[in-house]
Design a protein. Sequence first.
Length: 160
Amino acid sequence: MLEENWLADVYEKNRDGLVRCAWNITKNQTEAEDAVHAAFLAMANRCEQPVDPKLYAYRSVRNSALNIRRANGRSARFRRSLASNEEAIDNRTGRQNGADLEDMLRALPDEAREVVELHLHSNLTFREIGALTETPTQTIASRYRRAIARLRELLGEEYT
C-alpha cells in the first residue's frame, strides 16, 4: 500500500541533492533537471512504495543521468559550477573565486568525486552511497578518505 504523499515528500526533502547527483554525472544543469524529472515520472508509475524511498530516488536519478550521458555521448569533463559553495570556500581559503576548488575537485578521479559530492552535498551515508553505486561500503569509505586527503594536499596544510 502506498503512503499518500511519499513521492512529494521525497522530492521536497531531497530535490537539491538529487539535482546535484545528476549534475555530477551529466555536467549540465538542464540535463540534470531532466534526469530528476524522468526518474520521478518513472517512480510515479510504481505500483508500490519502495522500502527506502530516499535511496530509491537517488538510484533512479543516478541511473537516469547515466542514461542521458550515454545517449548524448558526453565526455567525462567536469564543468559544473560550485556557485552555492564559492563564497564559503573563498572566505575560508582566501582564494579569489571557487574556480580553484573546482580545479581541485576536477583533479580527483570520477568515482572519488562522486562519493565526495554524494556525501557532502546530498548528505548520504557511505552505506547509502554503496547501495546506490552497488559498491562495497568499505570501498566508498576508502575513496572518500583518499579524496579528502588529496584535497588537503591541494589546499595546503594551513587550511586542514
